[in-house]
Ligand binder design. Structure first.
Ligand code: PEP
Length: 250
């Protein structure tokens, strides 16, 4: 089965109730524009997941940006996958580099979070990516493939898991790897998925993330083994996000 293309917006710690206007505008773009050959997902902050899920136009899925490994319990300030599902989420991002860096999350925790997401019948978007120092040292593939091996549950399938390659140095910086560099890493991820999951590894969607914007989306989305984008800054405005979705309107 061919991977499903996905354009996913990660709003990070941005968005208030009034931001629902952007969700509505995105719905209008999607219904008025030419059909896009991709799935579309918005991951707002926790506070907006339920409202967005209740109000998103057809064709827009709603997800969250993190979850706890447990279903419930004494974990002040945390949110469980079950709560997110209850709020209407269908995807959860796990292992984003900002979680790995700011909260010290390692591969085994990321894997446990992905398992918690799977346990609720949702899709986990598992993020991997090298820092600038790791790239400069020539360790990109070792780092990325190591994170992939450690963060993906054995029960991962194309139906419950999406992989996102996000070079840390490209996130929010306006810098992107060359298309050749993106293709090299995505092709290495694809090979690792096939080595681990057999032929089924060819069906996983592998997103690129890091300073994707309307002006570079077309060439990045056409790189080998790129099956969509995980978008931060440019997902906050419906017009920009729609301009990225344009890469899938042919
Ligand atoms: C992200 O945080 O997942 C991301 C890709 O951010 P940006 O698009 O702003 O680089």
């Amino acid at each position: 089965m061919k991977p499903t293309a996905l354009v996913a917006g990660n709003w990070k710690m941005n968005g208030l109730a009034a931001s629902q206007a952007e969700l509505e505008a995105l719905g209008t773009y999607l219904s008025d524009g030419a059909p896009a050959d991709c799935d579309v997902l918005i991951c707002p902050p926790f506070t907006l997941v339920a409202a967005f899920a209740a109000n998103a136009a057809d064709g827009i899925a709603v997800g969250a940006q993190d979850c706890h490994t447990n279903t419930s319990g004494a974990h002040t300030g945390d949110i469980s996958a079950e709560m997110l599902k209850d709020a209407g989420a269908t995807y959860v991002i796990v292992g984003h580099s900002e979680r790995r860096a700011d909260h010290g999350e390692g591969d085994s925790l990321v894997k446990a979070k992905a398992e918690a997401v799977h346990g609720q019948g949702m899709k986990a978007i598992v993020c991997v990516g090298e820092t600038e120092a790791e790239r400069d040292a020539g360790n990109t593939l070792d780092i990325v493939l190591g994170q992939l091996a450690g963060s993906l549950p054995d029960a991962a399938t194309a139906a419950n898991t999406v992989v996102a390659y996000e070079p840390v140095w490209a996130i929010g910086t306006g810098r992107t790897p060359t298309v050749e560099d993106v293709a090299e890493v995505h092709t290495a991820i694809r090979s690792a998925l096939v080595a681990r999951f057999g032929e089924a590894g060819n069906s996983f969607s592998i997103l690129y993330g890091g300073s994707v914007k309307p002006s570079n989306a077309d060439e990045l989305m056409n790189a080998a083994n790129v099956n969509g984008a995980l978008v931060g800054g440019a997902s906050l405005k419906a017009s920009d996000f729609n301009g990225i979705i344009d890469a899938y309107r042919k």
